[in-house]
Design a binder for this molecule. Structure first.
Ligand code: GTP
Length: 556
């Protein structure tokens, strides 16, 4: 296929502005899929994507489009909109020369519109602004065009007004892709060079790598090398994604497709890696910054007997999502498990849901935490730092864009939900890592009758210590059964107690009811008590059921 008739582009947008719907229309109009009710959001293949109505993994589709008597190959990469998945967006962008920037005609520019715009702008891609949902009663494309002009400095004349739902003007979008986006700069005469921009794992065939061919050609049987590992492989299968795999004989410069080459582990097809022909080594492409985990949580099997099963489920799922950081961990209360790092809360929820749905695993997920760097010195004198405003820009008379510096811990837990409810859903939010900052953090212990419970020790901000400590004590009180003596539950910073709850002593013993009664009943009760004890952990003289730890550690 001649390179000058290839266009590589992706669709970027704020969540729910209609990327997947537009992708459906583009697939239909180019005949890649049939136009039926059933074919909705065809690129969202995962169950979790369909249930939540969001895109999690970027997907690729090659479309053939006839324009002014010429046949074009359009490679479309659908990307997720949520902040947590923006690493997928940056990867997709590196395989493209242009983007369709979708903006909802009613909502206008939102946080991820801005974040995604800059990803494309910095990569110097052609940006085609598309105003979607013009069929909505309260659509205001005029206003959105003014916003685009003001915030992105793109002339309003370049905007295309569409309804992805009804198909209005979608043909204009295809024409703009062909007319405005440049073809890739790649020559079939050069040595073969391809960028791995995504990869996933198939149980039967091993790694399926999605590649963008930057130069040369590759065919079945070729011996290729991964620049990252320096390992050689034989190409078993290759082809286009339309959007299902469509084997071909060769892949050429400028094309986007998939390749299967006997790699048994996704680590062998690292995202960002360069592939070349064994006999024609080339310089590796720059690759990507590895995804950086921002939110950490413990994951444990409900029951230790499920440990092995859960381990293999986590291994397999991380092969498909290499942005999850995995470390083995163990907790006295919850047994052997893992500490996993995610790019954000939604990422963590989606991972958990995929474990349950795709691998049938049942897990305990602990409350998420963010990474801290601790300096062991007495100088934590540094004054308390809250959000610091960095700048503020009016998008129009109704919307303002504000930038703040926040401690990550303040935003991972409930910030997003709070922001949404305070603004009745109007505000949107995005973040990027601004590095570590000194903060007034302290270590808080939980004591049961004076004995510290190691697994419940936490790091909290000094200002939050009292409320966090109190909540933990209350939850423990509700889940530790009464015992033969009084139990004091305390939260303490060093030797200073900051919160306390008390569980009153239990007066009767289990046998009291059957005084003089029959022996089998007595044995049954004792046995029941013994069984209950197995699930208990002893802290000093206090028996603590596993559930009590779970209720404190688990995410609510
Ligand atoms: P993520 O992949 O989760 O980022 O969302 P998305 O941007 O792909 O949005 P999606 O295509 O899933 O559309 C979100 C919602 O908007 C769905 O309920 C669509 O039916 C609706 N929608 C999309 N396009 C239009 C349109 O042109 N008009 C109207 N009225 N609704 C639309």
């Amino acid at each position: 296929f001649p390179v000058d008739r290839i266009r590589n582009f992706c669709i970027i947008a704020h969540i729910d502005h209609g990327k997947s719907t537009l992708a459906d229309r583009l697939l239909e109009m180019t005949g890649a899929i049939a136009k039926t009710e059933k074919n909705k959001q065809v690129l969202d293949k995962l169950q979790v994507e369909r249930e939540r109505g969001i895109t999690v993994k970027a997907q690729t589709a090659s479309l053939f489009y006839n324009h002014e008597g010429q046949r074009y190959l359009l490679n479309l990469i659908d990307t997720p909109g949520h902040v947590d998945f923006s690493y997928e967006v940056s990867r997709s962008i590196s395989a493209c020369q242009g983007v369709l920037l979708i903006v909802d005609a009613n909502q206008g520019i939102q946080a991820q519109t801005v974040a995604n715009f800059y990803l494309a702008f910095e990569a110097q891609l052609t940006i085609i602004p598309v105003i979607n949902k013009i069929d909505l009663k309260n659509a205001d494309p005029e206003r959105v065009e003014s916003q685009i002009e003001k915030v992105f400095d793109i002339p309003r004349e370049e905007c295309i007004r569409i309804s992805a739902k009804l198909g209005t003007n979608v043909d204009k979008v295809l024409q703009a892709v062909v007319n405005r986006i440049p073809p890739p700069i790649a020559s079939t005469e050069d040595p073969f060079k391809a960028l791995v921009f995504d990869s996933n794992f198939d149980h039967y065939r091993g790694v399926v790598a999605n590649i963008a061919v930057f130069g040369g050609r590759v065919k079945k049987g070729d011996k290729i090398v991964s620049a990252h590992l320096g390992k050689a492989y034989e190409v078993n299968e290759l082809g286009l994604l339309r959007p299902d795999e469509h084997p071909t004989q060769k892949l050429f410069a400028g094309q986007v497709g998939y390749i299967i080459a006997g790699m048994k582990d996704v680590k062998e097809a690292q995202i960002g890696d360069t592939l070349y022909l064994h006999e024609q080594p080339v310089e590796a492409l720059p690759g990507f910054k590895p995804a950086k985990a921002m939110v950490f949580a413990g994951m444990y099997p409900m029951d230790q007997s499920e440990y092995t099963g859960l381990r293999s489920a986590i291994e397999r799922l991380t092969l498909n999502d290499s942005s999850v950081a995995v470390q083995r961990d163990s907790s006295l209360a919850l047994g052997a498990g893992w500490r996993l790092g995610f790019l954000g809360l939604l990422h963590m929820e989606v991972f958990n849901q995929r474990l349950e749905q795709e691998y049938n695993a049942s897990v305990i997920v602990t409350a998420p935490t963010v990474p801290y760097k601790a300096v062991l010195s007495s100088a934590k004198l540094i004054k308390n730092r809250r959000a610091v405003q960095k700048n503020m820009v009016y998008i129009d008379d109704q919307r303002v864009m504000m930038k703040y510096l926040f401690p990550l811990n303040e935003i991972v837990v409930d910030f997003y939900d709070l922001l949404k409810s305070l603004s009745s859903g109007y505000a949107s939010f995005d973040y990027e890592n601004a590095g570590y900052q000194a903060a007034d953090l302290i270590k808080m212990d939980i004591l049961l009758n004076g004995r510290p419970v190691e697994e419940l020790t936490t790091v909290v901000h000094r200002e939050r210590a009292y409320s966090t400590g109190k909540a933990m004590c209350e939850r423990l009180k509700d889940s530790i059964p009464r015992q033969m003596f009084e139990i004091a539950i305390q939260a303490a910073i060093g030797s200073k107690v900051i919160a306390r709850e008390t569980i009153k002593a239990y007066r009767k013993n289990v046998l009291a009811k059957c005084y003089g009664g029959d022996i089998t009943r007595k044995m049954k009760l004792l046995k029941k008590q013994a069984e209950g004890k197995k699930k208990m952990r002893r802290i000093g003289n206090v028996e603590v059921p596993k559930d009590a730890f779970i209720s404190v550690l688990k995410r609510k």
